[in-house]
Design a protein around this ligand. Structure first.
Ligand SMILES: *Cc1c(COP(=O)(O)O)cnc(C)c1O
Length: 400
């Protein structure tokens, strides 16, 4: 991929390994595919993995893939070549990590149940508890199985774009706060875990680490590792990689401790597209394009976060001459991706390619309204597209 291609920021905020030329090539390579389809771009994914590998190589930290953001098995062989393992949010992801990712599995849940804990321990290398009560209840079982025990702490300082994503507020469910440590027994605990970032640069990590050290440094000499969670946008344009590396090295050498990080978004950032076809164009005090893809069912974070995804060769908003509100086929009145504008009018049959659609899309999609689930395909480094998952009527019928 060629470097340093200039393009207007209102279209894209991609890192240098995703050029406009590359995106135009991708558009051509998938011009005839069946839509709707999520497409994984292995060239971008591998470049992301190289950046994460550099962090590993320079700091000696471990990097885990957060399965909740991206759990496409067909991509595991590539990802597991570069990363150390996977982090799971419960028994199913732990099992997927063990059986299909096939490297280390670290599992955290706000609370484990009697029903699940045996399997969680079986499939995990590390089990991370969310309270002293759960640690007392299940910690010894984990140790007996020869696995490691973690405790999620809450630094009560979060850097997150939205309150919905902040674990560091009063009545948060996530992590033990410093004042709860009085009189508690830490003898079973191998490491601390925190997760307080969301789509953040390394200077946010620096702030959270300061607070973490102020409250929890006294416990670190007895621990083997600190897991600094996810939310590190390591592969984003202009991410302060040097600062991240310095922070991890410093934490490691100051406390003689292993550092683990578990990005989700950061692994697959910009490494996917969502291909859709325009079905119809209607007018209601402006142009409305209906496509064969739904924000509500296929990209729920567009409405939930909310955010507006980019479309290749379109501008977000009204900057260009031909403006359309683009929406999907569900019954939800607000099922739209937003307003976009184009140099030329768009027509039924035309393909539109949304960018940055690998993360938190197909892990969250639904068949609400009976809308079919899109194909999932992989575009390899030679530009060859192959469908790896197809869904049909039975997937809708058998779910309920
Ligand atoms: C969500 C989550 C991650 C991954 O977060 P990203 O923002 O996708 O990097 C990692 N660890 C935990 C505990 C999480 O809840």
């Amino acid at each position: 991929m060629k470097q340093n291609y200039k393009f207007p920021d209102s279209y894209f905020t991609f890192p240098s390994h995703v050029t406009l030329e590359h995106l135009r090539d991708v558009s051509k390579q998938v011009a005839d595919i069946q839509t709707p389809a999520y497409i994984i771009d292995e060239a971008v994914l591998e470049e992301n993995l190289r950046i994460l590998k550099k962090v590993k190589d320079e700091t000696g930290c471990k990097v885990l893939l957060a399965l909740k953001a991206f759990s496409l098995r067909a991509s595991f062989p590539l990802i597991s070549k570069y990363l150390d393992g996977a982090c799971a949010s419960g028994v199913f992801e732990a099992r997927l990590g063990r059986e299909d990712f096939k490297k280390e599995v670290h599992t955290f849940s706000p609370a484990f149940s009697d029903k699940d804990i045996k399997d969680v321990i079986k499939y995990s290398d590390t089990v991370i508890f969310n309270s002293f009560n759960q640690l007392r209840t299940y910690g010894k079982m984990v140790k007996k199985a020869g696995k490691q025990v973690g405790l999620r702490i809450n630094p009560m300082l979060s850097k997150s774009p939205k309150l919905l994503y902040s674990p560091c507020v009063a009545k948060s469910r996530l992590g033990v706060i410093a004042e709860q440590f009085k009189g508690e027994d830490l003898s079973l605990v191998d490491g601390f875990h925190f997760h307080a970032l969301c789509e953040q640069d390394a200077d946010s990590l620096e702030e959270v680490l300061k607070k973490f050290e102020a409250d929890f440094a006294k416990y670190l000499p007895n621990l083997k590792w600190v897991n600094i969670g996810g939310g590190h946008h390591v592969t984003r344009k202009d991410y302060k990689l040097g600062l991240l590396i310095r922070l991890i090295k410093n934490l490691k050498s100051k406390y003689k401790i292993q550092v683990i990080m578990e990005p989700g978004e950061g692994v697959v950032l910009n490494a996917g597209y969502f291909a859709t076809t325009v079905l119809d164009i209607i007018q209601n005090k402006g142009n409305v394009a209906i496509v064969d893809a739904s924000a509500e069912t296929h990209t729920p974070d567009v409405l939930g976060m909310p955010y507006q995804p980019c479309i290749i060769d379109a501008a977000k908003g009204v900057e260009k001459k031909n403006v359309y509100r683009i929406g999907g086929p569900s019954c939800l009145a607000g099922d739209t991706f937003g307003d976009y504008s184009f140099d030329a009018p768009i027509k039924p049959g035309q393909k539109l390619l949304f960018t940055d659609m690998a993360l938190y899309t197909f892990v969250k999609n639904t068949t609400f309204n009976g809308i079919p689930l899109p194909n999932i395909g992989i575009l390899d480094k030679k530009g060859k597209y192959k469908v790896v998952k197809k869904f049909g009527y039975n997937d809708f019928k058998n779910k309920l």
